[in-house]
Structure formats: structure tokens, C-alpha cells
Design a protein around this ligand. Structure first.
Ligand SMILES: Nc1ncnc2c1ncn2[C@@H]1O[C@H](COP(=O)(O)OP(=O)(O)O)[C@@H](O)[C@H]1O
Ligand SMILES: [Mg+2]
Length: 261
């Protein structure tokens, strides 16, 4: 009897997850109880993997508390002036992605954890591997076109947000070969220049149209508390360069990415 009940609840738990809206996932991340935690196996900032439950649904989240500023930082890419590494950028990355209609960044909200402000981010289920492991295993997506298109979106988004840390552990690939972008704590630099203009190759039409529409007021509202006005100015300046590049490229530099559920 107990086994049967368990089965029923397990089935209903599984069934609920795909049906949640982004707003519902955000609400869950903000309010569900932290049931257990463990340290992340990969990564360098010591993030936590937590299991959350609200009684009806149990799901994991990543907890990121880092919030550092350094006038000078020596990393693998050389010296960076005015370095920032902040959980706030995980939230800003999700919110900007949502504004742009990209469904490739998991929901991320601010929440207190162990006396600190933190980003709680929806854990991506059914991860097959990260991009580093995919390359090591020499595996390729069965749908090359979808893969290439999503990778183009990733590369452009990283130029837009001036992401200094799209290392291969920060791209997760699920069993159905969807690509997810995580870990934007070292993005949103104030530079008005693109980090790597060569990464602009082809762009999704809807993404381009949404980038064109971005403005100061919309971003200030959507990302208040998580991004400064200089960081917004950086996004807009880089956006102008990206839009100009694809306007010059014409129709042959565009594609339409099929939306993911
Ligand atoms: N939302 C998530 N869903 C699934 N796995 C995640 C998620 N967030 C983090 N991870 C896993 O934890 C690792 C470390 O998290 P990350 O945010 O990249 O922090 P770090 O700054 O330590 O690199 C990631 O490389 C990934 O394997
Ligand atoms: Mg990382």
C-alpha cells in the first residue's frame, strides 16, 4: 500500500515539473524549503546544490553567494581591471534572456541563504554532459542544424553580456540535446566593445528583433538591483554593434530557431 502511494506521488511529481511556468519556477525557488544541500562537484566558486521542496514538488537548485569586486584580477585570460564576480549576474542573465525571448537560461531569483544574499537557480534536469565532456567524448548532436543555431545564440548572447567566463563547464547539454547557459557571475562588463567580434556569425531573427527593442528603461525595470546603469550602457553599446553587424550581413546571416518547450 505504502509502495503504491509512493509510486503515485512519484509519478505526479515528475509530471508537474514540465508544466510549471517560469513564474511558478521563480516562486518555487523563492519559497520552497531547503531540504538538503551538497557542494557542487565541478566549478570553482564553491557553489551549492540544494534540494528544495514545497510539499507538492521537490526539485534541486543551485545556490550561488559570491559577490566580489577587485580593482585588479589576474585570471586565465590575463589581467582584468574592475573585476566583478557576483551572484547578481546570474539573476540578471536570466532576466535579460527572458526579455530577449531566449529559453536557454534557467530561472534564477534572489534569496537569503545562511545569512547571505544569494541567487537560487533552477537545476537543469537530465544533463547528459557539459560542453567540456561532450568534446572529450567526441559526441555530436543528431540535429546539427539545431545545435549550430543554438551555439550561435550562445555566442551572440555572450558578446551582448560581455561574458568573460563561458568556459565549457558553463554550457550544459541535456539528453534531448538542448543547450543551456549557466553561470553568468563574471559577465556584464561595462566595456562598450565586444570581447570577441569574431563570435558573431549568424543570428536568430527573433533574437535580433528583441535585441533591437532593448532600451534603458526596460532593462532598468527588469533587472533593477542586479545591474548598474554603467552595465546597462555597456549592453546597449554592444547591442548596437551586434545589430549593425547583422544588418550588414543581410538575410544570409539570419535563421529562425524553433522555439523549445
Ligand atoms: N542550474 C544548474 N543546473 C545544473 N547544473 C548546474 C547548475 N548550476 C550549476 N551547475 C553545475 O555546477 C557547476 C558549478 O556551477 P557554476 O555556476 O558554473 O559555478 P562556478 O563559478 O563554480 O563555475 C557547473 O559547472 C554545473 O556542472
Ligand atoms: Mg562555472
Amino acid at each position: 500500500m505504502r509502495f503504491a502511494l509512493y509510486l503515485v506521488s512519484a509519478v505526479s511529481l515528475c509530471a508537474q515539473v514540465p508544466d510549471l511556468t517560469l513564474a511558478e519556477k521563480e516562486e518555487f525557488l523563492r519559497t520552497a524549503k531547503v531540504v538538503s544541500t551538497k557542494d557542487s562537484k565541478t566549478g570553482i566558486t564553491g557553489t551549492i546544490r540544494a534540494t528544495l521542496s514545497n510539499g507538492k514538488l521537490t526539485h534541486d537548485a543551485q545556490i550561488q553567494t559570491i559577490d566580489e569586486s577587485k580593482s585588479r584580477f589576474e585570471g586565465s585570460r590575463g589581467v582584468e581591471i574592475n573585476f566583478r564576480d557576483s551572484y547578481k549576474f546570474n539573476i540578471a542573465g536570466y532576466r535579460l534572456g527572458r526579455l530577449l525571448g531566449l529559453n536557454m537560461i534557467p530561472p534564477s531569483v534572489e534569496r537569503n541563504y545562511a545569512g547571505k544574499s544569494a541567487a537560487f537557480t533552477w537545476w537543469i534536469d537530465e544533463v547528459m554532459f557539459d560542453e567540456a565532456a561532450r568534446m572529450r567524448k567526441k559526441e555530436a548532436s543528431p540535429d546539427t542544424e539545431k545545435w549550430n543555431r543554438e551555439m550561435n545564440v550562445v555566442r551572440i548572447f555572450d558578446q551582448l553580456i560581455a561574458n568573460t567566463d563561458r568556459n565549457l563547464g558553463n554550457l550544459l547539454i541535456t539528453k534531448n540535446w538542448d543547450i543551456w547557459m549557466i553561470d553568468h557571475t563574471r559577465a556584464f562588463r561595462i566595456s562598450k566593445e565586444l570581447l570577441n567580434a569574431k563570435n558573431l556569425v549568424m543570428c536568430d531573427r527573433n533574437f535580433l528583433a528583441a535585441m533591437r527593442k532593448l532600451d534603458n528603461a526596460t532593462m532598468r525595470t527588469a533587472m533593477a538591483n542586479y545591474i548598474t546603469s554603467s552595465e546597462i550602457s555597456g549592453i546597449l553599446a554592444r547591442r548596437d554593434k551586434i545589430v549593425k553587424f547583422f544588418e550588414a550581413g543581410g538575410e544570409k546571416a539570419l535563421f529562425t530557431l524553433e522555439s523549445r518547450p
